[in-house]
Ligand binder design. Structure first.
Ligand code: SF4
Ligand code: FES
Length: 251
């Protein structure tokens, strides 16, 4: 396959950026999207040009490090697929692809396609700890969890913190991410002691970081590589309202 690329190049956080054209030649349809970029970068390095910076780690949809907006879609056209799991066979020979970083004020560009998502780390940090003693694995098995709750908690726990939900949302809202994190622990017995304090603190931090409000566009769910349901946002709203009625008793 031969693919034309228009790639956002930005040397640093304060530098101006622009789209630069490249050719990806003789690309096997079996290459992953990131492997295609590796090939382009090898070519750039061979010509003593600066390679394209993009974030990646596990390359198997687990770590949440990767993330490129491909033709306007965070993580590209594959449903339930992180950028690293996308393969070139999903495109056609001769296609032109525009690659951009996550676009959100809360995720400033560090370089090219790499953004700073430490705002997510600070939201997680605001959630705090779990003080329920859970012991080792055999002890954990003695804590009974209803199957429906366990399944739902596992659905929420699949969130890899990639930030595609923020990039997809016209409001740059982080509600799906926060809802997944709050929902995951709020459904389990271990998460109950700090349940309402956690939701209050995480939502406050989300607002402090400058993420937008949720107005139910649903773009977050559509682009989420783990297909986290926006029903978790309704659950978050319920927990947040319940936390308000507790008058800070668990602050
Ligand atoms: S909710 Fe989905 S899109 Fe948002 S951070 Fe988690 S995995 Fe990524
Ligand atoms: S590189 Fe880890 S999820 Fe894509």
């Amino acid at each position: 396959m031969n693919i034309s690329l228009r790639v956002w190049r930005q040397p640093g956080p304060r530098a101006a950026g622009r789209l630069v054209s490249y050719q990806a030649r003789d690309i096997s349809p079996d290459l992953s999207f990131l492997e295609m970029l590796d090939v382009v970068n090898e070519d750039l390095i061979a010509r003593s040009e600066e390679p394209i910076a993009f974030a990646h780690d596990c390359r198997e949809g687990i770590c949440g490090t990767c993330g490129i907006v491909i033709n306007g879609q965070p993580h590209g056209p594959g449903r339930g697929t992180a950028t690293c799991q996308l393969h070139m066979r999903h495109f056609r020979d001769g296609d032109t692809l525009t690659l951009e970083p996550w676009r959100a004020r809360t995720f400033p560009v560090i370089r090219d396609l790499v953004v700073d998502r430490s705002a997510f780390d600070r939201i997680i940090q605001a959630g705090g700890y779990i003080d329920a003693p859970i012991g080792a694995a055999p002890d954990a098995n003695t804590i009974l969890v209803p199957k429906t709750d366990a399944d739902l908690a596992m659905d929420a726990a699949q969130c890899i913190g990639c930030g595609a939900c923020v990039a997809a949302c016209p409001n740059a809202s982080a509600m799906l991410f926060v809802a997944a994190k709050v929902g995951h622990l709020g459904l389990l017995p271990h998460g109950q002691p700090e349940r309402y304090r956690r939701v209050r603190h995480m939502v406050a931090r989300m607002d402090q970081e400058g993420f937008g409000s949720c107005t139910n566009y649903g773009e977050c769910e559509a682009q989420c590589p783990k297909e986290i349901s926006i029903a978790f946002i309704a659950r978050l709203n319920r927990d947040f309202a319940a936390a308000g009625f507790r008058n800070g008793k668990d602050a």
